[in-house]
Design a protein around this ligand. Structure first.
Ligand code: SF4
Ligand code: SF4
Length: 133
């Protein structure tokens, strides 16, 4: 029988799937926070977001303002000694809040042939990018 997967492992696996980043690689050095231009508007520092994710504290991160005020400026990633891209991690958190795992997804088979013919291609591509996994 395999090892049971705990909440923290599940959360970290989901963040990795969406961002490609290993949250557990963070060593809490704080260089991301020291260089972040948005910290004054944040209720959790970028370093704290990493720590809470490592601890599996999804709820505290989900209600935080921090992922929403992150400007995706990549300063933190450039400073991180572990090459972690926090802007992708913040994006993964936003996606997690907006689109839970059991949310409705869209596939081409859900649309009629008429809709596929009539809708602008750009709308179809953006729709599938937004509403599929
Ligand atoms: S990407 Fe976001 S968290 Fe990182 S330094 Fe910029 S604003 Fe701060
Ligand atoms: S700079 Fe990187 S290793 Fe240091 S606290 Fe931030 S995310 Fe963690």
């Amino acid at each position: 029988m395999g090892k049971p997967v705990n909440t923290s492992d599940r959360l970290l696996a989901e963040i990795k799937e969406r961002s490609g980043q290993e949250v557990n690689a963070c060593i809490q050095c704080g260089k991301c926070t020291a260089g972040c231009p948005m910290v004054e508007a944040m209720d959790l520092l970028p370093r704290q977001v990493m720590l809470l994710l490592q601890m599996g504290n999804e709820k505290e991160v989900a209600v935080s303002r921090t992922p929403w005020v992150c400007a995706s400026c990549f300063t933190c990633g450039a400073r991180c000694p572990r090459d972690l891209d926090l802007s992708s991690i913040m994006e993964a958190v936003r996606l997690k809040v907006l689109r839970p795992r059991d949310a409705k997804v869209l596939s081409p088979g859900d649309l009629s042939v008429e809709m596929l013919k009539e809708l602008p291609q750009q709308a179809l591509v953006s729709g599938f990018r937004k509403f599929s996994r």
